[in-house]
Design a protein around this ligand. Structure first.
Ligand code: BG6
Length: 484
């Protein structure tokens, strides 16, 4: 197997919000893993920037703790960990004032890639961007990275895009959706566009329907304040599930590069039909034996926010007209299980006498756990006794299929940060995509607000409210099991 890893140039990466949760849990442990994998060039540097006064050595201590806690097995390699920590620096900065900016300007090196991770509240995007320019810190090639939530509706997303556009060109802006960094999500594109097998079947002549499930076992835990204002629709559907839907449904881009891929994704979002009220099921988890209800966890006894949502979406174009896309996501469900299932149509006619079963080909793309792809096909049950048919998966679990190579699969954040340094925007959302996604989402939310919709309660550890099952049952279909 030939593999070519694209090298990464020397860089100065400044993380605003460098003492925050995301930096300690994801960004820095991720960078450490890339460092260990030999992907970080020798003179790369990461500079934490936040309000708290501390020196570089105190910052290194803080990050060491974070990596030991969240960095997994690798963090036990203390020699590498200490070497990595030496790449870190820290600047105490006042995002809305003048403190610290001269210092930051003074330590940025000429001639290396400059990247700025805005791991802060969106209200600080503008002040940070302004100061980066005022102090000559952001050059023409500088990259900035922003996180979700990217707005909470079309209007606020537009305002954020305008704020960023006032200071940076679109080619400098990297909007992260960490689902696009997942290994399987990219494999989905490899499978679709690297094989001749699937494309002829990838349309409404052969596909009966598509299911996208992102099920979690965790509740809202410490994030109740944020989550209660968002709900599953804003937190998961508008971004992660929409991105998965785009990759499944888009036309083949003419090349695997940012503009071509993003143009095709945008067309899918534009072609989404408005969703009818009876094609939406919202749920909220109840209390169980020892666990709190959603309302208790979110600290809002009157909350009508959904911790589960199921939607029947449709795409109005030639390829997909008439094919339902069933999306569902929720917290405190039976298992952590994310899957995209392409369910093909029934055979037009069966030649096997006495075979009453409905055999359907299903392509199952598993995001987690056990990332991989299964193609369910019908075969003969081995042995005597006549022609009996069974359905079995052709299994391609990546860790098994790729042997040793499968082990060093970078986590979504690691991959995306390295792509920022490489200047590759393919796996990031463009401003117009985010706005189009909100333009589809806004009327759905406005609809249930107008109807004073009350989410259906569901038991923790279940598959969500029964009404979600009905969404498919009444059309003669059923959800795939949520299994760990
Ligand atoms: C985040 C959401 O974007 O994605 C969380 O805000 C959710 O609520 C998380 O738990 C799920 O990500 P993953 O990678 O664990 O599936």
């Amino acid at each position: 197997m030939v593999s070519r890893v694209i090298p990464v140039e020397p860089f100065d990466l400044v993380i605003f919000g460098g003492t925050g949760d995301l930096a300690r849990r994801k960004i820095l442990p991720g960078l450490f893993r890339r460092f260990r994998a030999g992907q970080m060039p020798p003179d790369a540097r990461v500079i934490g920037a936040a309000r708290t006064e501390m020196d570089a050595s105190a910052y290194r201590d803080m990050i060491r703790d974070g990596i030991l806690k969240f960095g997994g097995e690798e963090s036990r390699d203390s020699e590498s960990l200490e070497a990595f920590l030496q790449r870190l620096d820290y600047v105490a900065i006042d995002a809305t004032g003048e403190g610290g900016w001269q210092h930051l300007a003074g330590i940025m090196r000429p001639g290396v890639v400059r990247a700025f991770y805005f791991s802060v509240a969106p209200s600080l995007f503008g002040p940070l961007a302004e100061r980066l320019h005022q102090h000559g810190i952001a050059d023409q090639e500088a990259r900035i990275v922003v996180e979700k939530p990217f707005g909470r509706d079309l209007e606020s997303a537009r305002a954020l895009n305008q704020t960023l556009a006032a200071h940076f060109r679109e080619e400098q802006i990297y909007r992260i959706d960490h689902y696009l960094g997942k290994e399987t999500v990219q494999n989905l594109m490899a499978v679709r566009f690297g094989n001749v097998l699937f494309e002829p079947l990838w349309n409404n002549h052969y596909v009966d329907h598509i299911q996208i499930t992102v099920a979690e076992t965790v509740g809202v835990e410490g994030r109740g304040g944020y989550y209660d204002k968002s709900g599953a629709m804003r937190d998961m559907v508008q971004n992660h599930l929409m991105q998965l839907l785009c990759l499944i449904a888009m036309e083949p881009p003419f090349r695997f590069e940012a503009a071509a891929v993003r143009d095709e994704k945008l067309k899918v979002i534009h072609a989404l039909k408005p969703v009818l009220a009876h094609h939406i099921v919202r749920g909220q988890y109840d209390a169980d034996g020892d666990g709190p209800s959603y309302r208790e966890e979110a600290g809002n006894p009157r909350s009508f926010t959904e911790s589960f949502i199921a939607i029947r979406a449709e795409i109005a174009n030639w390829r997909w007209a008439g094919v339902p896309f069933y999306l569902r996501t929720g917290k405190k469900l039976r298992a952590r299980h994310s899957e995209i299932a392409v369910v093909f149509k029934d055979l037009p006619h069966t030649i096997f006498e006495g075979d009453q079963a409905r055999h359907r080909n299903i392509l199952s793309i598993r995001l987690q756990p056990n990332e991989g792809i299964d193609l369910f096909v019908t075969i003969k049950e081995p042995g005597p006794g006549g022609m009996r048919l069974i359905d079995r998966p052709l299994d391609m679990t990546f860790a098994t299929a790729l042997g040793e190579d499968g082990k060093d699969v970078p986590d979504a954040y690691e991959r995306l940060i390295m792509d920022v340094i490489r200047g590759n925007q393919t796996l990031f959302m463009r401003g117009d995509e985010v706005e189009a996604a909100w333009a589809w989402t806004d009327p759905i939310i406005a609809g249930w607000e107008r109807r004073n919709d009350v989410p259906k309660l569901y038991d923790p550890g279940s598959s969500g409210p029964d009404d979600a099952l009905m969404l498919l049952h009444r059309e003669g279909r059923r959800w795939r099991d949520i299994r760990g």
